[in-house]
Design a protein around this ligand. Sequence first.
Ligand code: CUA
Length: 152
Amino acid sequence: MDRYEKWVLRVAFLVIGVFVFLIVYTKATGTSDLPQCVPYDTSYMRPRFTKLDDSTYQVFYVARMWNFEPAEVTVPVGSTVDLYLTSADVVHGFDIDSRNINMMAEYGGVGKQTVRFTEPGDYLITCHEYCGVGHQNMQSRIHVVFPQPNKP
Ligand code: CUA
């Protein structure tokens, strides 16, 4: 084997090793929540928003040309939200602005990722996979608000 070939192989294995280490490290330290695959069934084709308790919610998103359903949800600050995502047609992307959330929506598959919202705001969700002429308008929002005090 050529001397330069050995160097190229060493560098390639080093780069692969660094990538694998970073994936394991971010997963182990909780700095990044990697998307999970959930076994698919047709109930995931029904978009819905579920409250489990005062700070835990589930959103079941269905992506289709060219929108996400539900289009808007509102949760209180400090909430933990489980996001489930599937597609009714082609491959779509799912990215929450300024949060470390990035998933792909595929027909016949379900992705899951969990996010905690510690800051109030309107979080824009966009499709980041080109999916046709309406791609650039494919959006949804999560409104994170301070909870309203209960009136006596
Ligand atoms: Cu959906 Cu681009």
